[in-house]
Design a protein around this ligand. Structure first.
Ligand code: NAP
Length: 280
């Protein structure tokens, strides 16, 4: 008698389990690659998170994405890699033998999206990063890894920019939020990692006319898809990288770790998620 083999499945753990695009993305890849597998949403409250993660395999999962409010706690409950430790949060869990590992895929999501959207971007010497939260740490880690010489970080709460700069060393320079305008003429790459410009949040009030003519502008916000910052950059003829591209690229590694195939970010997938974003 042969034992029935259950298809591999991963899940997204969050609370509340808000409407996420991850199931759409992973189901698309499963279908496209002809893999029998699953990707569920698991609504797990904070008090149940440790227990759920410690029994992830017993719940039938080979790994998971972790979202708000669990991303920081996931670090302590797993063996994090250097990326998750540097960002201070994990978004992807998987088993290495019987050890539950974790990483943060926002770093490669940001960098791979820049590679796809603005080939040769890493020739820039100066980057200006707005924001100093978790997403900013992922961006700064990626920029350092790619050898960007000077990274200026501006944050509304100055102290957080200083703490971030201390963590990452001499290449990273905190600047005052009020000094963003002065930093623009040197910025070959401008990245918005704040929530400003997101639907329901205040606008990012920034005139970017002073950016160099070859500058590249990236925005992590993806609702709306074309933020006022990206619209202004395009109107100025600058190359851009958007938040949806990053979201799609950050999902690649988890899928590969769980299902053993590296999936592609295709125009068809992007169109699928774009259509979904149009109907939140
Ligand atoms: P976070 O840790 O909460 O950081 C939020 C950042 O936004 C902080 O720097 C904060 O400044 C700044 N901010 C918020 N309101 C502001 C305001 N009114 N004026 C000036 N600055 C303000 O959040 P996060 O995890 O880094 O995420 C930040 C953004 O990136 C979110 O919009 C998130 O959706 C997006 N994101 C996108 C992707 C993707 O795949 N596209 C991945 C990760 C994150 P203070 O320190 O002064 O509060």
């Amino acid at each position: 008698m042969t034992a029935s083999v259950k298809p591999r499945a991963a899940c997204l753990i969050g609370w509340p389990a808000a409407h996420s695009r991850s199931p759409l993305i992973h189901h698309y890849w499963l279908r496209k690659l002809g893999i029998e597998g699953g990707y569920n949403i698991e609504a797990v409250p904070p008090e149940g998170f440790a227990g759920f993660v410690q029994r992830l395999a017993a719940h039938g999962f080979v790994g998971a994405n972790v979202t708000l409010p669990h991303k920081e706690r996931a670090l302590a409950l797993t063996l994090p890699d250097e990326r998750a430790r540097a960002v201070g949060a994990a978004n992807t869990l998987w088993y290495e033998a019987s050890t539950l590992r974790s990483t943060n895929t926002d770093i490669e999501g940001f960098i791979n999206n820049l590679d796809a959207s603005a080939n040769g971007w890493d020739a820039v010497e100066d980057a200006l990063v707005l924001g100093a939260g978790g997403a900013s740490r992922a961006v700064v880690f990626g920029l350092l890894e790619r050898g960007i010489k000077r990274i200026h970080v501006a944050n509304r709460t100055a102290e957080r920019a200083h703490t971030l700069a201390q963590q990452f060393g001499d290449t990273v320079h905190p600047i005052a939020w009020a000094a963003i305008g002065e930093a623009l003429p040197q910025a070959g790459l401008l990245v918005n990692t704040t929530s400003l410009g997101m639907h329901g949040q205040p606008a990012l009030e920034l005139a970017i006319g002073a950016l160099p003519s070859q500058a590249i502008v990236a925005d992590l916000v993806y609702v709306p898809l074309e933020t006022p910052l990206l619209a202004a950059a395009r109107a100025q003829g600058l190359r851009t990288a958007d938040g949806l591209g990053m979201l799609l690229h950050q999902a690649v590694r988890g899928f590969e770790l769980w299902f053993g195939h590296r999936p592609e970010v295709t125009p068809e997938l992007r169109a699928l998620v774009e259509a979904d974003l149009g109907h939140p």
